[in-house]
Design a protein around this ligand. Structure first.
Ligand code: KG4
Ligand code: ZN
Length: 329
């Protein structure tokens, strides 16, 4: 079995995965959303302190499996450096004391392999990764052949939901609450600009849209529940339309055989529905991770670790390093 640890942002999570069957033996996640909600976003130092409390608590429940462990896996990049550090320190300690190898896992690969938890992997695939930290299209040929073909030039998709929610005083994380309000709102009530609409480039941008929403909120003061619903609906429509316009461009150049959406924001139903329609039109196979594995979790880290274990992609206790940003995989 492999024990995997995830602490790249505001979720403390540990999983145990069986190497042969790929079965998830144990999985637990303690989210810090409530603690960060009052600040309207993740406070790194608070997150790190909460990991220090949560991770050992979860680990305590895994003790019975220690004798069966063949490796320890941990997210080491990308993420918040102070929170990544907590997972890495625990992983190092476990690897040393149990005398088993250490596996450093890239968080973005984790999101990609969230598609394959308890399953065989299906690659090559073109993958849209939408999370709080990333908005990217990745051509994934295999575990170690992944190329980022499009990314955001400023904010990410999930982050824009968080920021709009903060402006509307709806707490953190913004994605689920904006989605909920949008259901009750009129998506054609206000006109918002679709980012980079005229640009032929396949890239993303969310800061302009965020500022347009800020101005719209100011114009709509005083805000009531109905206005919140309408603003949420119009914002969600613009944010998803932007992704769809760029993804359609990519499909027009060459429709992929396999396509997937991963990351915390891939839980967005509005986005899922439109991607489904696009894939149907182009006869592309669409893969979605189960909703419970969309946001950060250790099961996805364990799933990548299985692949790395097979090819003995280990890292020494001295060499493992945290990287907050990672441009290439
Ligand atoms: O993957 P994740 O758990 O953490 C990162 O790696 O960033 O993604 C969290 C992000 C947050 O920004 C959250 O607001 C967004 O995913 N999110 C959503 C939805 N559910 C979560 N964004 C839009 N619609 C949703 N339904
Ligand atoms: Zn993530």
């Amino acid at each position: 079995m492999i024990l995997s640890i995830e602490s790249s942002c505001d979720d403390s999570s540990i999983a145990i995965t069986d190497i042969k069957s790929k079965k998830l033996i144990y999985h637990k996640k303690i989210s810090q959303e409530l603690e960060h909600s009052v600040y309207g976003g993740v406070v790194p130092e608070l997150a790190a302190r909460l990991h220090v409390e949560a991770l050992p608590k979860i680990l305590e429940e895994c003790k019975e499996y220690f004798k069966d462990l063949k490796a320890i896996a941990v997210t080491n990049a990308p993420g918040l450096s102070v929170t990544l550090m907590e997972g890495v320190i625990m992983a190092k300690a476990l690897s040393l004391s149990l005398n088993i190898p250490l596996i450093a896992v890239n968080h973005l690969k984790g999101h990609i392999y969230s598609l394959f938890i308890e399953k065989e992997s299906i690659l090559p695939s073109t993958i849209l990764l939408v999370s709080g930290g990333h908005t990217q299209i990745i051509e994934a040929s295999s575990l170690n052949e992944m190329k980022i073909v499009a990314s955001t030039i400023d904010d990410s998709f999930g982050e824009s939901f968080d920021k709009v929610a903060k402006m509307l005083k709806l707490g953190y994380p913004g994605g689920p609450v904006i989605q909920e309000y949008a259901l009750k709102g009129d998506e054609n009530k206000y006109e918002l600009p679709i980012p980079l609409r005229q640009s032929p480039k396949i890239e993303f941008s969310y800061s302009g849209l965020k500022n347009a929403v800020r101005l719209l909120i100011e114009k709509c003061e005083p805000i009531d529940e109905e206005k919140i619903a309408d603003i949420a609906a119009c914002f969600q429509k613009a944010a998803v339309t932007h992704i769809m316009q760029k993804t359609k461009k990519l499909f027009k150049i060459k429709a992929p055989e396999n396509f997937a959406i991963v990351g915390g924001a891939s839980a967005n139903i509005y986005l899922r529905t439109q991607i489904e329609e696009l894939c149907q039109k182009y006869n592309t196979n669409l893969y979605l991770s189960e909703l419970k594995y969309c946001s950060d979790n250790a099961a996805m880290i364990g799933r990548v670790a299985l692949e790395q274990y097979q090819i003995q992609e280990f890292i020494s206790y001295e060499d493992i390093d945290i990287q907050s940003r990672l441009k290439v995989m």
